[in-house]
Design a protein around this ligand. Structure first.
Ligand code: NAD
Length: 473
């Protein structure tokens, strides 16, 4: 069975959970060795099994995910505060589709025959890396975990997953679901614990050949330095600060909807949150009014209530960090739009939305990833200025542009220094489309055929078709 390592004697207090789920078990060094050994034993047989049988199991996991939508969604909502209307529906469906997409790749792992000297044959073969260590953040716990598990399993690897301390529950249920769907023992191992202990042990383990990490840029940089030192393969999906460019010729109503969704979905705790609207000066006031009026209609409250669109943020610590950003020195002297005050539930770590106006694109608040429900509005007067502002950040995850001009849209998409560009849309995702960042937002991509390649090693096999002739004669 897929190993689920739980040691109740060893439970730790989780100070940062939203409700009453305040204890969670952690894995030890010994647990990691057990998981590595189980993964090592299972992986070779998995890779050598029939590729279509592997696909069938991955599809069954997708079916089981849909059958357990409520349970998976509820666990993510209880852990993270993300509203159930998102976790149990969109997140679960996306999770199932990721498995289905990668199931479709197992019998398409083609190599190549390279035309070399006429007397020789050269084959390029793809092989799994072996054991993949996956480390995930607390936002979107289920989909972030599956974005790593599905491509790794589809390419014949075994996985050791460490979910974030704050949101480990859906990963544990997922391991059980995978087992129920027929995934052989040892291929998916979930180890709970802190990043500094079990996370770092996974990164450093000599038998784990690849690390795939999603999280903050500082942690990614630290992990990248270790994998660099150990010469280990790595994928890093890191922080962002999305510029949302709005030209006056855009459909302003739709653009306002898109901005509100992009920036405030998941209480702003999204790596691609459109937290930096860059708005053509002539329509800036009009656009801000439209955003404010939409925000006022949005229910902020109990994430288990189906009406709620914005729930609490992940933890008291994170709320304090957001509030420190919003009220700290980086916002001194900034204009803030007065939004009508709301009564928020007492239990849970809620943050009211904030809109800062006329913010300089270089202001700290417009550069730092706040990861909360806030936006900084900056205006521009030319296309050149808009593009320059959008790129003027150390991050490079996503750029969004709204315009009715095809030429403008294409120019922005060509000149954007980001791994994702959304034109007249926001947060469009598909498991077949690669997802990754430029600059400080990451290394490598997840999803798509590109992710398949990043979970495999390339072997070049040479055969002498005639009798070997030494070049020395
Ligand atoms: P984080 O970096 O604090 O933690 C992420 C994970 O890394 C957790 O599981 C943590 O336990 C682990 N970790 C921490 N230190 C470690 C170490 N030394 N060795 C190994 N593992 C370690 O990030 P977070 O606060 O959980 O998540 C929020 C961040 O994630 C934001 O910056 C957000 O932008 C980013 N994010 C990026 C994407 C993307 O696809 N680019 C998606 C979601 C979130």
């Amino acid at each position: 069975m897929a190993a689920i390592l739980l040691r109740h004697d060893d439970a730790v207090h989780r100070p940062n959970c939203w409700r009453s789920l305040d204890r969670c078990t952690v894995a030890s060094t010994q647990d990691l060795e057990i998981a590595v050994e189980a993964a090592r034993r299972a992986q070779q047989a998995w890779w050598l099994s029939d590729d279509q049988d592997r696909a069938r199991i991955l599809r069954r996991i997708a079916d089981e995910i849909r059958l357990h939508a409520n349970a998976l969604g509820t666990l993510d909502t209880l852990d993270s505060g993300r509203p159930i209307r998102d976790t149990a529906t969109r997140d679960v469906e996306r999770a199932a589709r990721i498995f289905e997409f990668f199931a479709g790749t197992t019998d398409r792992l083609r190599g190549a025959v390279v035309p070399v000297q006429p007397s020789r044959t050269n084959l390029v073969e793809y092989e799994p890396i072996g054991i993949v260590g996956a480390i995930t953040p607390w936002n979107y716990p289920l989909t972030n975990a599956i974005g790593k598990i599905a491509p790794a399993l589809a390419t014949g690897n075994a996985v050791i997953l460490k979910p974030a301390e704050a949101s480990p529950l859906s990963a544990l249920l997922l391991a059980w679901i995978a087992h129920k769907a027929g995934l052989p023992a040892g291929l998916l191992n979930v180890l709970n614990g802190s990043g500094a202990t079990i996370g770092e042990m996974i990164v450093r383990h000599p038998d784990i050949g690849k690390i795939t990490f999603t999280g903050s840029t500082p942690t990614g940089r630290h992990i990248g330095s270790i994998t660099g030192d150990l010469l280990k393969s790595v994928t890093l999906e890191l922080g962002g600060k999305t510029g949302f460019i709005l030209f006056a010729d855009a459909d302003l109503d739709r653009a306002a909807d898109a901005l509100v969704f992009s920036a405030f979905n998941n209480a702003g705790q999204t790596c691609t949150a459109g937290s930096r609207p860059l708005v053509e000066a002539s329509i800036a006031k009009d656009f801000v009014d439209r955003i404010a009026s939409r925000l006022n209609d949005i229910v902020i409250g109990d994430p288990l209530d189906l009406e709620t669109r914005i729930g609490p943020v992940i933890s008291a610590r994170h709320r304090n960090m957001i509030l420190a950003h919003l009220a700290g020195p980086s916002t001194t002297g900034l204009k803030r739009l007065e939004l009508p005050s709301r009564s928020l539930p007492e239990a849970g770590f809620y943050v009211s939305p904030s809109i800062f106006l006329d913010v300089s694109p270089t202001a700290a608040i417009a550069q730092e990833e706040v990861f909360g429900p806030m936006i900084t509005v900056t205006s521009f007067t030319s296309d050149d200025e808009a593009i320059e502002m959008a790129n003027a950040t150390r991050h490079g995850l996503a750029t969004t542009v709204w315009t009715s001009s095809f030429q403008r849209a294409r120019r922005v998409s060509r000149e954007a220094r980001s791994g994702l560009v959304w034109i007249n849309t926001a947060h469009s995702l598909h498991p077949g489309s690669p997802y990754g960042g430029y600059k400080q937002s990451g290394v490598g991509v997840e999803m798509g055929q590109e992710a398949v390649q990043q979970h495999m090693k390339i072997k070049s096999v040479w055969m002498e078709d005639n009798v070997w002739q030494s070049p020395w004669g």
